[in-house]
Design a protein around this ligand. Sequence first.
Ligand SMILES: Nc1nc2c(ncn2[C@@H]2O[C@H](COP(=O)(O)OP(=O)(O)OP(=O)(O)O)[C@@H](O)[C@H]2O)c(=O)[nH]1
Ligand SMILES: [Mg+2]
Length: 441
Amino acid sequence: MNERRATVFAPATPPGRSALGVLRISGPAAAPAAEQLAGRVPEPRRATVAELRDPASGALLDRALLLFFPAPSSSTGEDVLEIQHHGGAAVARSLVEALGAMPELRPAEPGEFSRRAFLAGKLDLTAAEGLADLIDATSAAQARAALRQMDGALGALYVDWRERLLRALALLEAEIDFAAEEEVPDRLWAFVEPDLAALAADLRRHLDDGRRGERLRRGIAIAVIGAPNVGKSSLVNAIARRDVAIVTPFAGTTRDVIEVALDLDSLPVTLLDTAGLRDSDDPIELQGIARAKARAASADLRLLVVDDPADLPEAEGNDPTTLRVLNKLDLCRRHDLLPGVIGVSATTGEGLDGLLAAVAAVARDLLPGTDEVLLTRARHRTALHDAQNALERALALGVAGDLGLLAEEVRLAGRALGRITGAFGVEDILDRVFSEFCIGK
Ligand SMILES: Nc1nc2c(ncn2[C@@H]2O[C@H](COP(=O)(O)OP(=O)(O)OP(=O)(O)O)[C@@H](O)[C@H]2O)c(=O)[nH]1
Ligand SMILES: [Mg+2]
C-alpha cells in the first residue's frame, strides 16, 4: 500500500483524566473503522451518538459522539473520523487498542495530520508553523501572532514577493528564447530593474526587524543579575509568585541559571535567575558565575539588582535594556533612592508593580506591534537571506550582464522564497518542520 495513503489515528487530546477526549482517524480506512466500531458510518458532518464496541469481543467500549468528514472537505483532505469519547485513561486506551488491531490502520507520527493537510494543499508551510506556534503559545501576544500566521498573513506576503520574481523571470526567459544576444537589452532592464530593486528593498526591511518576531515566539529573556545575597532569587520568586528558586541567607546560593516562563501583561517573558557575581575559589560557583555572565550578555533585558544604594554603578551611557533595581527597600531609608533606580522589596512586595510596569514598557518596545507581519523563524530568515543575496547579485550584474546569469539569479531568489511557503523543493525540509509538532496534530 502507498505509505501516504495509509490510514492513521491518534488522540488529539492529552492523556489523563478529563470530561472528554478526542481521537482522530484520517485516510481511506476511516469509514470502515467507523463501521467496525459503531456498526455504521455516520452521516457526513453531523454529530452522531453511537455505541462503540470492540470489533473482536463485541464488548462495549464507550457511548461517544462521532463526526465524519469525507474527503476532500476535511482538515487533511482525506476521509476523517473524529471520535469524541468520554475522558479517562481506560476508555482512551481501549479505543486506541481497538483501532490499533485493525490491520489497515497505524498510529500517526508527530505532525502527520498537519503534514497531510499541507500535502493536500489545505495550508502552506508558514500556516502549518503558525498552527504549531498556536499550540505552543503561552501568552496572548504569542497566540495572536500565531493565529495571524495560521490565517496566511505571512504566507501571502511571501507568495506575493515570489510572484513578482516569477513575473520578472518570465520576461527574462522570453528574451532568452527569442533573442540571439546574450546581454540584457536596455529596454528589458529598464522594465525589470526597478521591480527587482524594490523587492530587494522590501526584503531588506523585512529582514532588518531586530528579530522582534523571533523574540515574540521564544519570549523575552530577562536576566536578573547582581552581587550575591542582594535578593535576586527572592525577587524572581516574588515576580513569579511561586518558589522557583532557592533562597537562603548565605551568599552564593544560586549556581545554575534558573528559568521561569511568565505571561507579563500578556507578553511572553522568561525570567532568568543567575548566580551572584563575585570572586570565588569554589569551582562550582565559578562555573555558575560564568553561566550568569553569558546569559546576562545574551538576554534581551537585564535587571541589575543591589541591596545598598552605595553599590549602584553609574548608569553606563543610556542602555535602556538594563534596569537598575534597589532591593530590600524595607531596610533602606527612602531618601537613599536615586533617580532612575527602581526600589522594591521582594519580602513585602513593595514596588513590584512599578518594576513590572517598567519591564513591560521596555519589553513592549522589543516586540512587534500587534498588526505587523512578522518574521518568526530562523528557517524563514535563512531562505530570505538566500533570496536577498541572489537578488543583490542579479542587480549587480546590471544591464551589461549576461542574460542567462541574470535569469538564473532571479530563479534562485524565487526558489528561496518558494521554500518558505513550501511551494518549492520542500521534501527535505518537511521532516524538520513537522517533527516539531505533537502527536495528533
Ligand atoms: N529584608 C529583606 N530581605 C530580603 C529581601 N529580598 C531578599 N532578602 C533576603 O536576602 C537573603 C538573600 O536572598 P536571595 O534571594 O537568596 O539572594 P540572591 O541574590 O539570590 O543570592 P545568591 O543566589 O547567593 O547570589 C535572604 O535571606 C532573603 O530572605 C527584601 O526585599 N527584604
Ligand atoms: Mg540566588
